[in-house]
Design a protein around this ligand. Structure first.
Ligand SMILES: O=C(O)[C@H](O)[C@@H](O)[C@H](O)[C@H](O)COP(=O)(O)O
Length: 270
């Protein structure tokens, strides 16, 4: 059984497992249960992926029993951020997700909303962001993607996110002006500190309108950011992007292993 420590305040929860393998097992179960809930409630399940190690940690979802039990035909897949490169480029988050996850499950290809390949191939970051936002607006009109009435932003069922060593989520980096964007749903960045520099990204209010967010952090690469985000000494200045992910009306769950929380000496603040 997983060694799981759970504490909760408000709607944030911290789950700590012994190993990354146990995180993978728990994340698969959590995702499959949410899939069942949303498919039953409204006949669709909207899932947002990030890049990074998340895709590898999702591997248990592509194995029995989930391979057969999950109703993949109702899934709709999005990216919280994408590099402005063709879909077959080694830096593409679509390619990462396709190779490690999407190619192993039977989600209808027309329900996989990747970056516009032609615009990405031209390096047209602004156009690709506008195009992606237009895709989202069409799905709102078609009734696939609801809006959260309180914010007017789209409400995705589940965002599966990773965090970088600097506390960035999506392509929203510490101190960057994009963190203040409140009009656009999808925007672009040409100076990402993490290569490659040109990307599109969901904005913070869209992330914060989600119904569920799983923040998946494993290994020793992000220990300082985890300690700052979850440590008991919280300050309201110089917030990391991950600390600005405060859901309007949703459940935010950290899936971590022991290595990721190794600098978290005191009681977590969640
Ligand atoms: O496009 C990207 O670069 C990713 O989407 C990025 O935002 C990632 O999720 C984090 O950097 C965490 O990455 P790791 O899980 O590899 O640490």
């Amino acid at each position: 059984m997983a060694a799981e420590a759970t504490s909760a305040k408000g709607k944030q929860e911290l789950r700590v497992f012994e190993t990354e393998e146990e995180v993978s097992v728990s994340l698969a179960k959590y995702t499959a249960e949410l899939s069942e809930k949303f498919v039953c409630e409204r006949g669709a399940f909207t899932v947002v992926l990030s890049g990074g190690t998340l895709i590898e940690t999702l591997r248990k979802l592509t194995e029995p029993p989930y391979l057969e039990s999950v109703d993949w035909s109702k899934w709709h897949i999005f990216w919280v951020d994408e590099r402005v490169v063709p879909r077959d480029h080694k830096d593409s988050n679509y390619k990462l997700a396709y190779d490690g996850f999407l190619s192993k499950v039977s989600i209808p290809p027309c329900q996989v909303y990747a970056i516009n390949d032609a615009l990405a191939a031209e390096g047209a970051a602004e156009g690709a962001a506008e195009d992606y936002e237009a895709v989202l607006k069409k799905l709102v009109n078609d009734g696939v993607l609801p809006l959260l009435p309180a914010t007017g932003y789209p409400r995705f069922d589940l965002m599966l996110l990773g965090m970088g060593p600097d506390g960035h989520i999506a392509s929203l980096f510490p101190g960057h002006p994009l963190l203040k964007e409140t009009v656009k749903w999808v925007t672009f960045i040409r100076d990402s500190p993490k290569p490659p520099p040109v990307r599109i990204t969901f904005t913070l209010p869209v992330i914060n309108s989600s119904a569920y967010v799983a923040m998946v952090v494993t290994g020793s690469g992000e220990t300082a950011a985890v300690a700052k985000a979850l440590g008991s000494e919280q300050s309201s200045s110089n917030l990391l992007p991950v600390q600005m992910a405060v859901l309007e009306d949703g459940e935010f769950t950290w899936f971590t292993d022991k290595a990721a929380v190794s600098l978290l000496q005191d009681s977590p603040s969640v």
